[in-house]
Design a binder for this molecule. Sequence first.
Ligand code: NDP
Length: 494
Amino acid sequence: MTTAILDFDPAATVLPQGHFIAGVYHRPGEAMIHVRRPSDGRVIGQVPDASPETVDFAVETALHAWRSSGWSRRAPRERAQVLLRWAQLIDAHRVELAQLEALNSTRPVSEAYASDVPLTAEVIRFFAEFADKAGGDVAATRQNSLGFVAAEPYGVIGAITPWNFPLSMCSWKCGPALAAGNAVVLKPSEMTPFSTMRLAELAIEAGLPAGLFNIVNGGGASAGAALTRHPDISKISFTGSTTTGASIMRDAAQYGTKPVTLELGGKSPQLVFSHVADVDETARCVARGFIANGGQACVAGTRLIVHKQLAERLIAGVLQHLEGIEPGPTWLASTRYAPIISAPQAQRIQAIVDRSVDQGAHVLCGGGLFDGTGEGYFYRPTLLTNVTSSTAAVREELFGPVLTVQTFEDEEEGIALAGHPTYGLAAGIHTSDIGQAMRAMRGIAAGTIWINRYARSGDMIIPTGGFKQSGIGKDLGRQAFESSQRYKSVLIDF
Ligand code: NDP
């Protein structure tokens, strides 16, 4: 793909308008929310803030479509084929979707094109293939009875997604839900709604019955809460902050005892022992692990815990990998470094860094926004040393490109430092000693452990989800498909 094709004019992009319900856009005259582009803070469009009536209309439409289309009763292969056609359409619209994602979110267009769009199609494909391959259990029973466990869809699943990877997050929620025979009503982040709306249009174009996948726009406290509380939403799948996750869990308990899948915050360690196969490669992993998407990833590896013996060399390697990082607008294919999503988010990062400095942290590099980027919010990759486990930047999720550095002298101390009192989303372990890697893996309470790497692979079979306050349940993998169904126990005497 040449730069000339991916570069685009943000002012010329046509944006979807309204709420996408029953396959068409509705604009019911509600209060409008401005949507800004993070590269320069300009307003690019607006979305309506769904009233409870609009949320009700979307959910009732989904329920009606779910019942009348017979989506869950169709031969599972037919469901798979619709979803496979959807994935094909996503691939066919790769440039358009990458540009929409880049305009709307923090994702540079070249990354959205190389990674987000193809991965979105791949997730849909992965879950499509579950539709006709998953089975239930036949139970061991007496000779004259038959017991089995039948899986069935919930009905309408409510999905609430964050702003950091809008396309991918949409596929993580909708792929398993639709493949398992459910309908979906999704509320994207009010900051990044547009690419998700286009994805829903393509689903209907692929043959998904209209009404099976609806988008309601609006604020979290208004539209998001109304969706969670709606009596005909049978399950909620959410990705976002731990605080909002807790509020959704309370609502889900109060308004119908609904099951929830919650993918929440993290403060993930990258634990580097004294002997690694390739120090430069480890430094590259550590650097990528905390700057990818400007640090705005739930699994960002933002706490470096390194053996004293290797610390100086490794930090020098990390600094080398940060050299030459330049901010640029997300609509230029040459841009590699993501802006921070919004002014409040940039202020939040700065406040935690400042508080850490007040607590004694030293700023080894970065520590503030890049100069000369106008109204854009580009935060410099930042390393903080002289921190302890109680420093703000070590305890709190910043959602920015800030790495704290702690050192240790023996294995047990390193593993203890890698643990976090609140979060347990992911952890990286770097060592050439497999026994040490296994001991650390067992010693760290986290839902994902990467050994000698720090990133997801394209293996969608590996689920993601946190321990402790990092969440409940899993996205991706067999687990995400299975949790999109409920299980009916059947016993027949004959
Ligand atoms: P939130 O958790 O507030 O938002 C995530 C999604 O939930 C958005 O769609 C939001 O809507 C919606 N939402 C907010 N409140 C409610 C509610 N009461 N009921 C239902 N839905 C709701 O994250 P923020 O965008 O405010 O980011 C704050 C912090 O959260 C970040 O600094 C970061 O630490 C963390 N975060 C973690 C993510 C992860 O991947 N685990 C992703 C995003 C953020 P809307 O935005 O429209 O208000």
